[in-house]
Design a protein around this ligand. Structure first.
Ligand SMILES: [Zn+2]
Length: 187
C-alpha cells in the first residue's frame, strides 16, 4: 500500500512580519528536537522498515540506502530516485510485500530525512553556482583603450566564497568520523 502524498502541503508556516514582538502566553519556545524534526510517514517504506535492526537482517536494505548515499553527490535527482526504485522493486518489495512509488521515494529523501550530506551538497551547489557567475565580474577591459580594471570588492567576495566551498568540501570528508554517524543511513 502506498498512500504517500506531498507532505509539504501539510506544512503551514506563519510568517509574522512584525520584528522582535514579545511572545504571547501561548507562544512557547521550540526545542532543538522540534526545530530539526522531520515529517515521517507510516505509509513510506523507508520510514516504516529501515532501522538499525532491519538493516542487520536485510543486506538488500543496506544496498538500497547505500545506492542513495553513495550516488547523491554525482547522479541527478530523477536518476537517483529511479535507481532506488529499481533496486526496491527487484529486491525489497518481495520481502516487505509493499509498494514504494517514485513520488514517495522523492518525498522520503526530500522531506522525511535530515541527511547531513544532503545539506552539505545543497550548500555547495548554491555556492558553486554563485562562484561561477562571479568569475565574470572580477576584471573588466575597456573595449576602446584596452585598459584592464580589477574590481577588488568582487575579488574579495569571491575569495570568501571559495574559502567556504573548501571548508564544506573538507567537512563533507569529515562527516563519517562524527560520533554516531552511520555510513549507510548518512546520519
Ligand atoms: Zn519516508
Amino acid at each position: 500500500m502506498d498512500i504517500c502524498h506531498n507532505a509539504a502541503a501539510d506544512l503551514e508556516m506563519v510568517d509574522d512580519e512584525s520584528e522582535d514582538e514579545e511572545p504571547g502566553s501561548e507562544d512557547l519556545p521550540m526545542s532543538f528536537e522540534q526545530l530539526t524534526e522531520v515529517k515521517y510517514r507510516d505509509s513510506c517504506f523507508a520510514c516504516k522498515y529501515i532501522n538499525s535492526s532491519s538493516l542487520r537482517e536485510n543486506p538488500e536494505f543496506v544496498a538500497l540506502m547505500k545506492l542513495y548515499t553513495e550516488n547523491a553527490g554525482s547522479v541527478s535527482r530523477p536518476a537517483l530516485f529511479q535507481l532506488v526504485k529499481d533496486h526496491f522493486d527487484a529486491y525489497c518489495r518481495p520481502v516487505v510485500q509493499a509498494e514504494w512509488s517514485i513520488a514517495c521515494i522523492e518525498e522520503h529523501f526530500t522531506l522525511h530525512t535530515n541527511f547531513p550530506t544532503d545539506e552539505v551538497l545543497k550548500q555547495l551547489k548554491v555556492l558553486v553556482s554563485i562562484r561561477n557567475k562571479m568569475i565574470s565580474t572580477l576584471l573588466t577591459r575597456n573595449v576602446r583603450t584596452g585598459e584592464v580594471k580589477a574590481h577588488s570588492n568582487n575579488i574579495k567576495n569571491l575569495i570568501t566564497i571559495q574559502k567556504e566551498i573548501r571548508e564544506l568540501l573538507s567537512f563533507k570528508k569529515k562527516l563519517p568520523t562524527l560520533l554516531g554517524y552511520s555510513e549507510v543511513l548518512d546520519f
